[in-house]
Design a protein around this ligand. Structure first.
Ligand SMILES: [Zn+2]
Length: 82
């Protein structure tokens, strides 16, 4: 896997790591704190989101595994997770 630097957990300072997830038969990636289990949302791999704007599947949201990791790393590092 590609090395992407992750900040420490904003809540407990624990180590964060990528976690492969499977949801609705789709593969995705989230980041989880190994200590308190805070996690980001799951970014799906190779799964375009439905967009009302293009009246169909939005291909710009289709991520490769590497892109999904970068997107979820950005979410984690900006601490916008809940
Ligand atoms: Zn934590």
């Amino acid at each position: 896997m590609k090395q992407i630097r992750l900040k420490k957990c904003p809540f407990c300072g624990g180590k964060a790591s990528f976690k492969k997830e499977r949801i609705w038969l789709e593969d995705g990636i989230s980041i989880r704190c190994e200590k308190c289990h805070t996690k980001t949302k799951i970014v799906l791999i190779d799964h375009p989101a439905f967009s009302a704007k293009c009246n169909g599947l939005d291909e710009s949201t289709r991520y490769t595994e590497e892109q999904a990791m970068e997107v979820v790393a950005k979410i984690w590092n900006e601490r916008k997770h809940t």
